[in-house]
Write a protein that binds this ligand. Structure first.
Ligand SMILES: NC(=O)c1ccc[n+]([C@@H]2O[C@H](COP(=O)([O-])OP(=O)(O)OC[C@H]3O[C@@H](n4cnc5c(N)ncnc54)[C@H](O)[C@@H]3O)[C@@H](O)[C@H]2O)c1
Length: 250
């Protein structure tokens, strides 16, 4: 079967762990030339080694803190210097804090907005002129949290709702340049990033009670949807969100 992303230059953020790592492996298997980055140099080196062991192509810069606009711009510039263009930008990386309003500190708010919203803005703005040259695809990771609000989700639901809105603006402004922009809203997925939440008493039972698919999702299940959305098979899809949540929000 033909590989869906043959020779596409794909920038993926947060490739050290979780869904970013799964996306790097899947996109490379689909023929993409992956350029990753992560705060965690060791984890990212392990992803690169695994991609290369599977005969894929991946470069990765580390450590890169995308919440810092200077580092975000540098990462994009370094990435463009490798292959001369960007075909796919996958804004996956983020970090957040769950805390109730009465307990929340200024730092909780600024940490979450910096690492869930600012980093998408910094990277997208840096990549925009390159994407405008030949068109391309932007995939942003939102969340079921952006579609609703639960206890402790003040910061996270706000930022992920922001990612949903950003995606629509990217789609509107990108369309004349041949850019499609789509967000994915995962439900609960088993990753290092969700480990603390999943370890909280009662959380797994609550999820199983409300989910139609009676298990936690796998990072590969998000990577598969992202690979489809990045491919030409999704050429009529833009400005929308894909819920991939096992029916949790149903
Ligand atoms: N895991 C879930 O259940 C779940 C559900 C809905 C949405 N999401 C979203 O999916 C995406 C991936 O989540 P995950 O669970 O795979 O996370 P994860 O924590 O397992 O992996 C995220 C990676 O991004 C990197 N990263 C974080 N901030 C960074 C920064 N400022 N600069 C560079 N790298 C940075 C981390 O070092 C890490 O390697 C995130 O946007 C998250 O909000 C996750």
């Amino acid at each position: 079967m033909a590989r869906r992303l043959e020779n596409r230059v794909a920038l993926i953020t947060g490739t050290g762990k979780g869904m970013g790592r799964a996306a790097a492996l899947r996109f490379a298997a689909e023929g993409a030339w992956v350029i990753g980055c992560d705060l965690d140099a060791e984890a990212n080196a392990s992803t690169i080694a695994d991609v290369q062991a599977a005969h894929g192509t991946m470069h990765g810069m580390t450590p890169v803190d995308l919440g810092d606009p200077v580092q975000a711009r540098q990462w994009v510039a370094d990435a463009v210097a490798i292959h001369g263009r960007i075909d796919i930008l996958y804004n996956n990386a983020s970090a957040c804090r769950f805390v109730t309003i009465d307990q929340m500190t200024d730092d909780d708010w600024y940490f979450t907005t910096r690492n869930e919203l600012d980093l998408v803005a910094h990277v997208t703005r840096a990549a925009w002129s390159h994407l405008c040259k030949n068109g391309g695809v932007i995939i942003n990771t939102a969340s079921v949290a952006g579609h609703g609000g639960g206890v402790g989700g003040f910061c996270h639901s706000t930022t992920k709702a922001g990612v949903l809105a950003m995606t629509k603006v990217m789609a509107a402004e990108g369309a004349p340049h041949g850019i499609r922009a789509v967000s994915i809203s995962p439900g609960m997925i088993e990753t290092p990033g969700s480990a603390d939440q999943l370890a909280m008493p009662g959380v797994r039972d609550m999820l199983m009670a409300h989910s139609l698919v009676k298990r936690i999702g796998r990072p590969e299940e998000i990577a598969g949807v992202a690979a489809f959305l990045a491919s030409d098979e999704a050429s009529f899809i833009t400005g929308t969100d894909y819920l991939v949540d096992g029916g949790l929000t149903n």
